[in-house]
Each structure stands twice: as structure tokens, then as C-alpha cells.
Write a protein that binds this ligand. Structure first.
Ligand SMILES: NC(=O)C1=CN([C@@H]2O[C@H](COP(=O)(O)OP(=O)(O)OC[C@H]3O[C@@H](n4cnc5c(N)ncnc54)[C@H](OP(=O)(O)O)[C@@H]3O)[C@@H](O)[C@H]2O)C=CC1
Ligand SMILES: N[C@@H](C=O)C(=O)O
Length: 262
């Protein structure tokens, strides 16, 4: 029987990442868990080893710190058993843009954007060379919604979506699958970090339901999976409208609506 690839999950100590670790362990995949909280990861690893028999390795790393991120990059480059990367680690911040310090937004980018990019960059050449592999990038519907006024967080999630779509186009022909997962509100600790009370909210998905739905999209090899969205045709129409703009931008003159000399 073919050996299943190992799965490296970032942000695996709790929330969506811990749920991904549980589900892939139950599918028989060995795991590499990455986060800062070793105690939480050790408890999860012990449970999954006992319940599923898979091997679970732990890498304690703060992905906003270049030297610690580099350890995970090296593991992805060098460990040929890892065939699936789940870029899940991320956080949200509260307040308005002018209330958020430059350091806080820079650290948010470091986690939600730079770490995701660097880990994709570390693993993609090996996956492409092997002609197989999968990358799951966890974005957010907030990345589609400047109206939500979670501007920097949403920008990091828009980056995650674009990165995933672009890598899917570039790497798909090389046998590498890239999935962008766009959750909406899901019951995890992130809301505390964003200064919100998730228990006062409606329309909040449970984390296991979110991940189970995202895995349906993974198994279908969807490029973009939006677990809470009932009608996929809304997404398809959005994509079609976006793509219809592109050929109309190849012009040698500014659009008449911007010409003042007529
Ligand atoms: N919950 C929601 O409503 C939604 C979440 N998302 C996205 O889902 C992903 C997971 O979030 P969620 O599970 O909700 O959040 P949680 O806060 O529950 O979990 C975040 C995970 O990321 C890890 N993490 C945080 N900071 C760092 C860091 N500096 N270095 C390494 N790991 C870190 C945490 O572990 P530790 O503290 O141990 O380091 C934890 O395992 C995020 O990318 C988020 O943007 C998207 C849409 C909706
Ligand atoms: N993490 C949530 C916002 O804080 C979301 O992406 O919906």
C-alpha cells in the first residue's frame, strides 16, 4: 500500500489548525505540528498518537521570527515525507487602521502573509520536482470585503487568496494542488485576539464543521473553497466578472471617461 504523505500544519495548537491535524491523522497521515504553544501541541499529539496511531512531530516556532520561521522552511525543503503543507497560522487584530500601531500591523503581515509566502516558497520547488504535493492556504471571506473595515487583516487574506490562485495556475500543470480556504466566522480563540465576543455573534460555524467542509473541497481539488457559501454560482459569477475586466484594460488610450481633452 502506498505510504501517505506527512502533513505539516502551521497554527496547529488550537482552532482550525488543530482540527486539520485531527482530521488528517484520522485519514492516516503522519503530522508535523507547528505553533508557539508546545504544551498544547504535546497534548494534541498524545491524543492523536493514541487515537490514530500516526506519528506526530512537534516544531515549536514563532513564525513572526525569521530564525524560527527558517527552521520550518528547512523542514519543508528537506523532509521528503511531507507532501501536504497547511498554511493556517494567523491572527486578527482589533481596532481601526489609525488605532493600530505600525509595529502591530507589521507583525500581522509577518504572520499572515510573510510566513505563508516563505513556507510556500520553501516547499513548492520540491513538490514541483516530485510532480506531486498539496498546499492549503487558509484565507478568509474578509479578504473579499473591504467593507468589513478589517483593512490590514483583510489585506493579508486577499494576499492569501491571490497567492493561492496564482500558485494553483503555475503549479497545477506540475502536479501540485493549491487550495485557498475561505472560512467566515468560525468559533475559535481568534475572536478574543480581535477583541470580539464570538459568543455574542450569530452565524458562527463550529471548527470541526468548517474543516470537514474544507476537506470536501480538498478532496474535490477545488481551487477556492468557501465552506459557508451555499451557492457556488455566486463565486463563479464573481470570478467571471473579474476575468471579463481584464481584456478591456489592454488599451493604448485612457478611457474616454478619464479624458479631459475631448
Ligand atoms: N476563526 C475564524 O472566524 C476565521 C479564521 N480564519 C483564519 O484561520 C486561521 C486559523 O485561525 P483560528 O484557528 O481561527 O485562530 P486561533 O487563534 O484559534 O489559532 C491560531 C493558531 O495560529 C497559531 N499562531 C498564532 N500566532 C503565531 C505565531 N506568531 N507563530 C506561530 N503560530 C502562531 C496559534 O498557536 P500558538 O498561539 O500556540 O502560536 C494557533 O495555533 C487564521 O489564518 C485565520 O485568519 C479565517 C476566517 C475565519
Ligand atoms: N478571523 C475572522 C476575523 O477576525 C475572520 O477572518 O472572519
Amino acid at each position: 500500500m502506498a505510504t501517505l504523505p506527512s502533513v505539516l500544519v502551521t497554527g496547529a495548537s488550537t482552532g482550525i489548525g488543530a482540527a486539520y491535524a485531527d482530521r488528517f491523522a484520522r485519514r492516516g497521515h503522519d503530522l508535523v505540528l507547528v505553533a508557539r504553544n508546545r504544551k498544547r501541541m504535546e497534548a494534541l499529539a498524545a491524543r492523536l498518537r493514541q487515537e490514530t496511531g500516526v506519528a506526530v512531530d512537534i516544531v515549536e516556532a514563532d513564525l513572526t521570527q525569521a530564525d524560527e520561521l527558517a527552521v520550518v522552511e528547512a523542514r519543508l525543503r528537506d523532509d521528503a515525507h511531507i507532501g501536504i503543507l497547511i498554511n493556517n497560522a494567523g491572527t486578527a487584530i482589533g481596532g481601526s487602521f489609525i488605532e493600530q500601531s505600525t509595529d502591530v500591523v507589521t507583525r500581522l503581515l509577518a504572520l499572515n502573509t510573510t510566513a505563508m509566502l516563505r513556507l510556500c516558497s520553501a516547499v513548492a520547488p520540491r513538490f514541483a520536482q516530485a510532480g506531486e504535493g498539496a498546499i492549503i492556504n487558509v484565507g478568509s471571506v474578509v479578504g473579499l470585503a473591504p467593507e468589513f473595515a478589517m483593512t490590514v487583516y483583510g489585506a493579508t487574506k486577499a494576499f492569501a487568496l491571490f497567492l493561492s490562485q496564482g500558485l494553483g495556475i503555475e503549479l497545477g500543470p506540475k502536479g501540485v494542488y493549491v487550495q485557498a480556504v475561505l472560512p467566515a466566522a468560525t468559533r475559535t480563540e481568534i475572536w478574543e485576539h480581535a477583541g470580539a465576543d464570538v459568543n455574542s455573534m450569530t452565524g458562527v460555524m463550529e471548527v470541526d464543521d468548517l474543516v470537514d467542509a474544507a476537506l470536501v473541497g480538498f478532496d474535490r481539488r477545488e481551487a477556492v473553497t468557501i465552506p459557508p457559501l451555499p451557492d457556488v454560482e455566486q463565486w463563479n459569477a464573481y470570478q467571471a466578472a473579474r476575468q471579463a475586466i481584464l481584456p478591456n484594460t489592454r488599451q493604448d488610450q485612457a478611457a474616454a471617461r478619464y479624458r479631459t481633452t475631448d
